[in-house]
Design a protein around this ligand. Structure first.
Ligand code: URP
Ligand code: ZN
Ligand code: ZN
Length: 468
């Protein structure tokens, strides 16, 4: 058998092991792992490099409808281009159901946006905003079976928040059909109360976004979501956990024997509430408005500790980009009147892996194998893509990121190749950088340039198997 490609001389790491070996690729799959592989049609010299599974980012928002006058900065083309340059080979964005609309139709709309436009492989989570009897009884079960075994529900945001009764209904569909509910856990009424009060006091700068959603608001909703999951007897995933209060709830639930999964994101490791102050409380704080908001150094430490203790299964970007200097973005006419109207979300799909690698592996806080688990393997396992995706093993897709673990890079917006006009991580120096990204054996990004083409990425039907 002549191999199409051999990656030679590198150090291969999976979620469990690190080995010096060559990787042989044929027809887009890994077919050989051996001391030395010779005679392939092409070779990549990976001497001194790490050969890791391509990143899987299971929490990104692309071309998502975001309310009147607001436009997301990335469509599927620019968002997946940015993913590829950041060492990722799969993303799982969201197909959101606008209230009053069919879930199935919404999924079809997002397929139209994505098809032929992606640089990396993709699946879809659903976002359920209107759990009607038809959605709960027919559409959702059919979609779960058809390759969409995960969905997000919100406990806050106008137009998205579900009531407690609705949460219980969707959790019970998840239980019946083996799907995974991803929960945005922040308390809607508490936030509305805080926003109104802050505005009455004239506190409208972006900084007050963080003040309006303190850790206890996240803690209360996390506890409530866990209690609902316990009542139904179903595992759930708490997404974008920002600090100690929510972590404690998850630990408490696990001690009770409940299966509660959790995700955190780079903003909770390297940003703080002070970033929302901008320059003298000006609008530039809007660049950091996301929910839950970044907190303080103590909470950053709590998130690191939780990462080290295995509280989190996945580390995702929650890439949700809005341009800063743009009427349809962070500084539109309404957003300038109050933080209430600043679109929530920040970009990060390209910066996610370098930040975790540098702050985690290079600084000795987590092992290389933990990095692989948090950035790829566990996403594949959690969301029905394993063993096709998420590891370097014979039979898996040859989705690989070749990393230079010593390369020093200062993160700047021009390196991100996304559709945004800023990165919240501007100026952060990282050690370790993805040099080459291969999707199913094809080089799609190399030395800072995209060499794949849109359309290289394919839709992934996922299944309900969840081996963790
Ligand atoms: O602020 C954020 N995180 N926006 C994205 C939507 C979400 O809640 O994940
Ligand atoms: Zn969310
Ligand atoms: Zn999100």
């Amino acid at each position: 058998m002549t191999l199409d490609l051999a990656i030679r001389g590198g150090t291969v790491a999976t979620a469990s092991d690190t080995t010096r070996c060559d990787v042989g690729i044929k027809d887009g799959r890994i077919v050989q792992l051996a001391d030395t592989i010779e005679g392939a049609a092409r070779e990549i010299d990976a001497t001194g490099m790490l050969v890791l599974p391509g990143g899987i980012d299971s929490h990104v928002h692309l071309d998502q409808s975001s309310g009147p006058g607001i436009k997301m900065a990335d469509d599927f083309e620019s968002g997946t281009r940015s993913a590829a340059i950041g060492g990722n080979t799969t993303v799982i964005p969201f197909a959101v159901q606008p209230r009053g609309h069919s879930l199935t139709e919404s999924v079809a709309n997002y397929h139209t946006k994505a098809e032929g436009n992606c640089f990396v492989d993709y699946g879809f989570h659903l976002i359920i905003t209107d759990p009607t009897p038809a959605v709960l009884g027919q559409e959702l079960p059919a979609l779960v079976l058809d390759g969409y075994p995960s969905f997000k529900v919100f406990m806050t945001y106008d137009g998205l928040a579900l009531t407690d009764r609705q949460l219980l209904e969707v959790f019970s569909v998840a239980k019946e059909h083996g799907a995974l509910a991803m929960v945005h856990a922040e308390g809607y009424d508490s936030i509305k109360f805080m926003v109104d009060r802050l505005e009455r006091e004239g506190k409208t700068a972006p900084y007050y976004h963080g003040v309006s959603r303190p850790g206890l608001v996240e803690r209360e909703a996390t506890h409530r979501a866990i209690s609902h999951a316990e009542l139904i007897g179903v595992p759930i995933m708490i997404v974008h956990v920002s600090g100690r209060e929510a972590v404690e709830q998850i630990q408490w639930a696990r001690q009770k024997g409940l299966t509660i999964y959790a995700e955190t994101c780079p903003q909770y490791l390297v940003l703080t509430a002070d970033d929302l102050k901008g320059l003298n409380m000006d609008m530039s704080g809007a660049k950091y408005v996301c929910s839950p908001p970044p907190r303080d150094a103590t909470n950053q430490s709590a998130i690191w500790q939780a990462l080290q203790q295995g509280v989190f299964q996945t580390f995702s970007s929650d890439h949700c980009p809005f341009r800063y200097d743009d009427d349809a973005g962070k500084t539109g006419p309404k957003a300038r009147t109050s933080f209430r109207w600043v679109p929530n979300g920040i970009p990060g799909v390209a910066a996610r892996l370098p930040i975790l690698f540098s702050e985690g592996v290079s600084k000795g806080r987590i092992s290389l194998n933990e990095f692989v688990a948090l950035s790829a393997t566990n996403h594949a396992k959690m969301y029905g893509l394993y063993p096709q995706k998420g590891s370097i093993m014979v039979g898996a897709d040859a989705d690989i990121a070749i990393w230079d673990p010593k390369k020093r890079v200062t993160i700047t917006q021009d390196l991100m190749l996304d559709g945004c006009d800023y990165t919240p991580y501007e100026g952060i120096e990282v050690v370790g950088w993805p040099i080459t990204t291969l999707l199913r054996g094809k080089v799609i990004a190399d030395k800072g340039a995209i060499v794949g083409k849109k359309g290289d990425g394919a839709f992934l039907k996922r299944d309900v198997t969840r081996p963790i």
